[in-house]
Each structure stands twice: as structure tokens, then as C-alpha cells.
Design a protein. Structure first.
Length: 219
């Protein structure tokens, strides 16, 4: 399931030009300065932002084609995302957060219990996110993304809020997951050690500033 992106995003005085091709079972790390368009790149892939020009394809599936106007809604893309901060639903328990969306069919299956154990969440399943630490919330968000069936996995600074011990465990869990994941992983990170441990390729967003800020991402 390779993903191909040839997409220009224009917003006010900012232009983001992304040309990527990522093969299945690859982990692409995207780096770049703050405000360069890293998260916007993930948002275009997930369907939260539309290309101003160009297209995004997953094999022959059209995610976004600005020329024809074809646009696949986020819920039909088969994309799982871990946002910065986790983006959990505060009114739902940990169990319901983990199984929210495409993961609901896997509730009470061996796969659900395996993921819960991987992220050390067994004692927290009945808790609400407001009672959790930042690291615990991020582990719940990762568990939700790993449980849901997907063809593309997007990770936006996935270990930023974790303490050293939690980070090491989560990195190991992600490494093991990637070994058996047949889709494409795209990771946004400022952490050189994390990138070295997880990524199979790296792309940096290059920025030039004038009257318009122009950012280019190539891989």
C-alpha cells in the first residue's frame, strides 16, 4: 500500500509543496522547524485539509484530487492518527477511547487485550482521561491507533509527553508493531534518537521566507 503525494497547500501567505512516495512497511520521519508544515502534511493525508493543487493516492485509491474535485472523507481513508496531546474523548472511558471508530469491532477480542497489555493499560480501562497523566493519555492514544485496522499510520510527536521509562517501553512497542505492519507509517518528530530508532527514511521540510513563506518536502 504505497502512498503518493504531489500536493500544494496554500493558506494566506504560506505555501507547502509536498512530493512524497512512501512504500509499504516503510517508516518515514518528517523533520523541520516549528511552523514549517509537518502537522499540515499529516492533516492532508488524513483528510483534515484539502490540497489546493495536486493529488494524494494510496495505490489506486484517490484520497484527494484538486483537479477533479474528488475528495475521500477521513472516515473512509483507512488512516489512523496519533495527534500531539492524544486528542482523547474526556467523557469516555479508556476502553471506549481505545475502541472508538474502526476499533469497535475488536472490543473484547484477543487483539484488544494484546494491545492493552503492550501499553500497560490493564488497570486503567475504566478510568476517564481527566484522571490520567500526560504519559498515560498518550499511551491510550497510541493503543487506539494501533488497534484500529489501517493502511496508513500517522504519528505526530508520539513520545513527546512521556517520561524516560515510559518512552523506552513505547518505542519498543512501536518497533515490534512496525515489524508486522503492512501499511505505511509517517512519523513527525524533532527527536533525533527517536528517528534513529524508528525510521527507515527521513525527509526534512526546507523553508524559504519572503513576502510568502514557502516550504518544500521531498522524499
Amino acid at each position: 500500500m504505497s502512498i503518493k503525494i504531489d500536493c500544494l497547500l496554500e493558506r494566506n501567505n504560506f505555501k507547502l509543496d509536498v512530493q512524497l512516495e512512501v512504500e509499504p512497511r516503510s517508516v518515514l520521519a518528517i523533520t523541520g522547524e516549528n511552523g514549517s508544515g509537518k502537522t499540515s502534511t499529516l492533516d492532508m493525508i488524513s483528510g483534515l485539509l484539502a490540497c489546493t493543487e495536486g493529488k494524494i493516492l494510496l495505490n489506486d485509491k484517490v484520497f484527494d484530487d484538486a483537479t477533479t474535485g474528488e475528495f475521500l472523507q477521513p472516515e473512509f481513508r483507512g488512516v489512523s492518527t496519533v495527534f500531539q496531546g492524544g486528542s482523547l474523548f474526556n467523557h469516555l472511558s479508556v476502553t471506549r477511547n481505545i475502541t472508538f471508530g474502526r476499533g469497535i469491532a475488536l472490543k473484547d477480542t484477543s487483539r484488544f487485550h494484546e494491545v492493552v497489555a503492550q501499553f500497560n493499560l490493564e488497570s486503567l480501562l475504566s478510568h476517564k482521561p481527566s484522571t490520567l497523566s500526560g504519559g498515560q493519555r498518550q499511551r491510550v492514544a497510541l493503543a487506539r491507533a494501533f488497534l484500529a485496522p489501517s493502511e496508513v499510520l500517522l504519528l505526530d510527536e508520539p513520545t513527546t509527553s512521556l517520561d524516560v521509562n515510559s518512552r523506552e517501553g513505547v518505542i519498543k512497542t512501536m518497533q515490534n508493531f512496525f515489524k508486522t505492519y503492512d501499511g505505511v507509517v509517517i512519523l513527525v518528530s524533532h527527536d533525533g534518537a527517536e528517528i534513529a530508532e524508528l525510521a527507515t527514511q527521513v525527509a526534512k521540510i526546507e523553508v524559504s521566507r519572503g513576502k510568502t513563506t514557502e516550504a518544500k518536502l521531498r522524499a
